[in-house]
Design a protein around this ligand. Structure first.
Ligand SMILES: [Zn+2]
Length: 130
């Protein structure tokens, strides 16, 4: 990805994160910002603790998305050369997809493949067996 594209993804991730945080608990928001800003040891990430203390499924879904966003920001910071490559096939994820889902780790075909669990493989033609 070009530096401009990386910056755009970085901005999009921060925007999404701010929106999610603004929609929820402000104390969590403060802690999250502090964690990202100081970039502490990842093993001591408060994410696990946060996940345990958040009770409702709606909050949990938000927390999971925040974790994905945080993971994407970390990948962006640590290995920007690899960022935007599909984790399955290593092909670049289209910029349009990243604009919508900046934390996506797979391209659409691979995402569909993993979700569809090989459905299309069962659809064999008779000639396959001849
Ligand atoms: Zn792929």
């Amino acid at each position: 990805m070009t530096p401009d594209e990386l910056r755009a993804v970085h901005d999009a991730l921060h925007r999404l994160r701010n929106e999610l945080v603004a929609a929820g608990d402000h104390e969590v928001a403060a802690e999250w910002d502090d964690n990202v800003a100081s970039n502490r040891d990842q093993d001591q990430s408060p994410l696990v603790e946060m996940g345990q203390t958040i009770a409702s499924s709606r909050n949990r879904a938000r927390a999971e998305q925040l974790i994905r966003i945080d993971g994407a920001l970390r990948r962006l910071a640590e290995d920007s050369a690899e960022f935007g490559l599909c984790s399955s096939c290593s092909e670049p994820i289209p910029a349009r997809r990243l604009a919508l889902l900046p934390f996506a780790t797979q391209c659409v075909p691979c995402q569909n493949g993993s979700e569809g669990a090989g459905k299309s493989r069962h659809r064999r033609k008779v000639t396959d067996y001849v």
